[in-house]
Design a protein around this ligand. Sequence first.
Ligand code: NAD
Length: 531
Amino acid sequence: METEAQREDPARPAERAPTALVAAPFPETSPLDGSALANVDATAATEVPDVIARARAAQLEWAATPARDRAAIVAKVKQRLLSRAEEIADLVHRECGKPVEEAALAEVLPNADLVDYWTQSIEELLEGTTVELDAISYPGKVGRIHREARGVVGLITPWNYPVAIPLRTLVPALLAGNAVVWKPSEVSARSGAIVASLFEGLLPEGVLCLVQGGGDVGAAVVAGDVDAVVFTGSVATGRRIAVKCAERLVPCSLELGGKDAAIVLRDCDLERTARGLVWGAFTNAGQNCASIERVYVEKAIAKALTERVVALTKALRPGVDTAVMTTEKQCAIVRRHLDEAVKAGAEVLAGGAPEEGSLAFPPTVVSVASDDLALMRDETFGPILPIAVVETEDEAIERANASRYGLTTSLWTKRINHAHQLSARLRTGVVTINNHGFTAALPAAPWTGVGESGHGVTNSPHALGELTRPRFVLEDRAGGKSELWWYPYTPVLRTIAFAMARLRGGAGFFGRIGALFQLIGALPKRLLGGG
Ligand code: NAD
């Protein structure tokens, strides 16, 4: 049985002493065809503190730039992104192995909307709001809440969506007035470089700093003088980062793994559901935090649904609809989950493990009888769709919820009102009805999880909570020489305090009347300096 702890690589670079002599950790060849990839300049972990210092020096002026001007600068990224769509999609295709169409549809196009959304809304979202204060208790006082940049944000990202995931934080973080020190995954370092190049020449020097390398460089960012850390990646790394941030008392946002369930009810639209499940499980070779990794289908429709899912899966064209997995390490985990499930009696209905050494893991459908399998419990992060039959929807919900992850869950049914009621019972950050997983691409929709899927939020105004902090400013226009609650503490003040407590509900009707008379007697004395 595989556990998260076993997924951790004990020889992770983060555990080694930082040194400028560490060999560059970047893969040299494409997972697609073994062709050579361009060289990448690695950042030594020892250089990271200087990089952060540069970012800190640049941040204050950037934060002082009006939000409207920052938005005008960042808005230019949209045109750059779209005009380089083919170049970006092709690079992601070669570096990560995903089909070009997926790279264009998931990595490029939604980010044009992302830039629009944030650049058009940031001024309003950052605008101060007034706090209403009771004029009797707090005469002459006006309070306003402002949203301030955190300062320097350390951003650490994974390889599976190497353009979309970083942009979802970079764009709002910069617009909010932060400087960002960003470390992309070592597996997708070239995609990281191309994303950073979209901002080149637009931002003042130091506002966006790219550092390239493995876990040791990421660890140096987390240990450095940053004001917040935004991390997307595995549970194991997220946990380490959370501990380090806790030691420094620095907030961290964690978007971690998933084990998404799809719950299929007997009245679903069978064709749409089957197509949705196949896409939701196999897009990006299943290397998606929100991949469908468990299907719970009601018995009445299980046979028909499974047959259609298998037929659609067998019709996927290798190299066209599906490509290859990105890393051998992940492929080995997928193999292990499948082997263990088959040994425990699971039946492979389509696909199956490829020959040893191949990253071309075909889309694989498996029928399972039990959830007591790594394949049903741990994150597989690969192209396997396990289908389990349930007697009732209650059983489906119970089994879907019995996971330490809770990123997204989908419900497939024609009874929409019923689906809304069921959604309230799901322990998950996102629920989709008759669709799956794509909402990460909606800039206005919060993307978040529960449990080991992490507590971070990307997208939507809620994400600004991670990237800014509130600053409350109170202005006192009363102009008096003293306040009721200032020194000296006297018997008159004590009378006022307890009379107020009685008047505000601490006594019955007659007690409150008595308290009112006490206040009428004591307050003027106190305010005129006589007690
Ligand atoms: P990973 O945790 O191995 O690496 C993520 C990043 O962390 C990389 O840049 C890596 O170099 C860096 N890193 C490694 N050790 C570090 C350390 N000690 N300190 C600081 N940084 C360190 O994850 P991965 O394999 O790149 O990505 C796959 C995982 O990401 C999956 O679990 C997937 O579910 C998750 N993911 C989650 C979301 C989400 O939105 N919830 C989105 C995409 C991916």
